[in-house]
Design a protein around this ligand. Structure first.
Ligand code: ZN
Length: 76
């Protein structure tokens, strides 16, 4: 597997509708299957800098950030 944001090889953990990705560069985040589908359907790419900033800010709260389809729109 590769990080959905930057493409760095990472051991993604798939559990139901969520994928967990502990990217060594972006940080540990979760992404929903619907968000992934949205990216593929629209051929979107993550705004890598914006995504990393957002993940870092969420991690400060001690939560594993979840990129759902609404969040995904904001990070393209
Ligand atoms: Zn990454």
């Amino acid at each position: 597997m590769r990080c959905y944001i930057c493409g760095t090889p990472a051991e993604a953990i798939v559990s139901g509708a969520l994928n967990e990705c502990p990217c060594p560069i972006c940080g540990h985040y979760r992404i929903s299957n619907t968000a992934i589908a949205l990216f593929e359907m629209n051929r979107w790419h993550f705004n890598v800098e914006a995504a990393r900033r957002w993940i870092a800010s969420e991690l400060r709260w001690g939560e594993t950030p979840l990129i759902d389809s609404q969040r995904a729109v904001l990070l393209t």
